[in-house]
Design a protein. Structure first.
Length: 232
């Protein structure tokens, strides 16, 4: 009896699945193709060989760095003093959101180091700077800035920077900092009196001091829409 009940249940299950499939094909038509993956203004994971297409280095950087890859098998490592790399140009827009994974092996002793700039041509509109001695990150919107708490060395940070152009004293910059790919609910830095106006069309990654550090970058994303949680 038990066996017969089980057989009946299995038959009913199969029948309902078959009916569901039949119904789907008739009612829904052809199988819907999945939506394309998110398309960003810039997205670079450093997995290719050498400097990626469209990026411009000053100095010699290791785009194939594997010792401590922050995502995948390769990252960008900048160790050269005042070394920089500039992203491909994207369509200028008043609101630009950038995301990077960032890691440093040391805190500057006496010379603070900028590691991200959001720019309009060669004009720097906003930037993130690792402050000597304290290890806090300052986010600047022109001359206005806010600061995070101190970051730790040899720790991978997930950093979202959200820039909005202003009219002289009302530009905004929110910077979210975390140690995983889920965006925090609240920013670590929030500037509301930013002094620059201008529509960014490129970003720069850099190690803007003369001290010995290994700045590692990965999962570099820029978009005109807000960037939420990123892929692990
Ligand atoms: Ca990578
Ligand atoms: Ca590479």
């Amino acid at each position: 009896m038990k066996k017969q009940l089980l057989l009946l249940a299995a038959l009913l299950c199969f029948a309902s699945l078959a009916w569901a499939n039949f119904g789907y094909q008739i009612v829904e038509g052809p199988v819907v193709v999945a939506a394309p993956a998110t398309s960003y203004l810039v997205e670079e994971n450093a997995e290719g060989t050498g400097t990626p297409s469209g990026w411009a280095d000053t100095g010699t950087h290791d785009w194939d760095y594997t010792t401590t890859a922050l995502r995948g098998s390769q990252s960008l490592s900048i160790t050269e003093n005042y070394g920089t790399t500039t992203s491909p140009t994207f369509s200028a827009t008043a609101n630009v959101n950038a995301f990077i994974r960032f890691r440093t092996d040391s805190i500057p002793a006496s010379s603070s180091a900028t590691f991200l700039q959001i720019r309009d041509g060669s004009t720097v509109l906003c930037y993130l700077r690792l402050i000597a001695g304290t290890g806090v990150i300052r986010g600047y919107h022109g001359t206005a800035y806010g600061a995070s708490s101190a970051i730790s060395v040899d720790t991978t940070y997930y950093i979202w920077a959200e820039y909005a152009s202003g009219s002289g004293a009302d530009g905004t910059l929110d910077v979210y900092i975390d140690t995983d790919n889920t965006k925090p609910a609240s920013p670590s830095i929030s500037v509301t009196t930013g002094t620059t106006s201008g529509d960014p069309d490129n970003i720069k990654l850099l190690k803007d001091n003369g001290e010995a550090h290994n700045f590692i970058f990965d999962q570099i994303i820029v978009d005109d829409a807000t960037i939420g949680d990123v892929d692990a």
